[in-house]
Design a protein around this ligand. Sequence first.
Ligand code: MLT
Length: 410
Amino acid sequence: MITANENFLKLPGSYLFSDIAKKVNAFKEANPDSSIIRLGIGDVTRPLAPACIEAMHRAVNDLTDTQTFHGYGPEQGYRFLTEAIVTNDFLPRGVQLSPDEVFVSDGAKSDTGNIGDILHRNNIVAVTDPVYPVYIDSNVMGGRAGELGADGRWTNLVYLPCTAANNFVPQLPEQRVDMIYLCYPNNPTGTTLTKAQLKVWVDYALENDALILFDAAYEAFIEEQDVPHSIYEIAGARQCAIEFRSFSKTAGFTGVRCGYTVVPKEVTAAAPGGKRIALNALWNRRQCTKFNGASYITQRGAEAVYSEEGKKQVRQTIDYYKNNARTMKQGLEAAGLKVYGAVNSPYIWLQTPQGVSSWQFFDRLLHEVGVVGTPGAGFGPSGEGYLRLTAFGTHEACMEAMKRIKEWLK
Ligand code: MLT
C-alpha cells in the first residue's frame, strides 16, 4: 500500500501567499472594475539591470556554438560566480571565504526549505515569531514541528516573539535549542539586529553547540552602519552559522531564480560514534544528488551583478525601492498609523488600529481601499495586530496606495 508522508498532512490548507492570492483573485472576479494595488507578496516590479540582461544574452549565444556550449554545470555553481560572490559580497566586509564554501542555487527559498535534509529529525528548532513561513513549513515536512496547537503554535517548535514590546529583538530561549532561524533584515517585520545583538546569538550557538540558519536575503537594503550584512562579520560565526543569500531582492531575480548558501568548512554537527561531521560536505552531497545547478544563463546574469555597470544599475533599483519604503513610511505615519521597518528593508510592518485583527485589516484594506497587504498573523501568532506592506511596487502605485489609505483613515 502506498502511504503518504504524514508530516505533510499536518500542514494547514495552503501556503500563506497562495491563500492571499486566492482571496485577491476572488475579489477581482467579483469586482472586475476595481483597481487593485498589490503590495502583498514581496515580488519585484523593476526590470533587470541592463548589465544582467546583456550577460544573459551573451550566455544564450554561447549555447549556440559547440565551442562555447554548456551542458550540466557544477552542482555547486560555476567558479566564475562563486569567486565573484566571495570577492564582492564578503571580502569588502572583512569576511574571508573560499569559493567552495559557497553553493549557488535557484534561490534562498529552496535552500532554507531544503537545509533540514542534512540535519537530524530530533533537533529542537527555534524560530522568531512572526516568521517567513518556509522555515516552519519545511520543519513540519521534516517531522520536527510536532502538532499544530489551538494557539497557532507547533508543539515542538520554540517561538521567539518579536513585537513592539521587545523592540523586535528576540530573547534567548529558556530551553536549549539546536537549530535557530534568524532572518535579518527581517521578513516580515523589516527590523534589524545590531552587531552586538547578533553576537548574543552567535555566542549562544557556540556555547550550546547549536546551528544558526541566517537568512540575509534583504542585506542589500541595509543603510545603517551598525547593522551586519553577513553573520560572518561576527567573530565565531564561521563555527556555528550557515548563511543564505538571494539575487531576488538584490537584483530583481524573483523570476530568474538564483541565490546561494554559504556553509563554512568549520561548521560541524554531531554524528554517531561521537564524531563531528562537516556540514559543508553533507550539503555538497545533498546538492550533488538532488540539484543539477542553476542554469548557465542565470549564473552569467548573476555574475554581471558584480560588474562595474551592474553594481551601479542594481544600486539604482534598490534605491528606487528604498525611496518607496521611505515614502510609504511617511505616508502611513501621516495617516496616523504606527509603522516599523522600512529603513533597512523593503518591508513596512504597520500596527493595525486598536481592536482590528490583522486579517480584518487585510480584508478591509482589500475591499474598501483596493490595496493588498499581508496579514501579520499569517506569519505567526506574534504577527497578530500587524500587517505587512512591501515597497516593491512602482512608485506611482505606492503613492496611490498611501493616498487611498490616508483618505480612508480620515
Ligand atoms: C515574501 O513576500 O515574504 C517573499 O517574497 C517570499 C519569498 O521570498 O519567497
